[in-house]
Design a protein around this ligand. Sequence first.
Ligand SMILES: [Zn+2]
Length: 153
Amino acid sequence: MIKFFCDDNLGKLAKWLRTLGFDTRFQLDIEDGELVSVALKENRIILSRDTKLSRFKIKDKYLLIQSEKPLEQLKQVLDHFKLKIDEDLLFSRCLVCNQVLQKVEKEKIKDRLYPYVYQTQENFVYCSVCDRIYWAATHVERMTKKLSMSGII
Ligand SMILES: [Zn+2]
């Protein structure tokens, strides 16, 4: 499966790619040469709005992003690499750190949930790296709506 490395101007795009389940690295304050060497080592496509990265010999490992708008950027990436959305992978990664999320029983995390959330939600996923709990409430609905309004799903 294709993997990405978003440069430091593309944090929102990185979140959208993670929303769709794509393995996407994003790091602030990384020097260009290091970004390129990590991306090549981990076999990631570099996404950037900055032409200066093209001075490295990374021809087919690099896509210059055209738009300033995150959802249009996402469309460009999907179109360019002819990627299909796998609905099973939607919301399968942590939006903050890219880790694959794991299902967690709600009884196990009961003491970390607001009573209202505990009572009204059934499905929870957990990020073992940043210790975050996600559930399919508002943010999933809101993001799904944005994706469908943009014709992406
Ligand atoms: Zn995380």
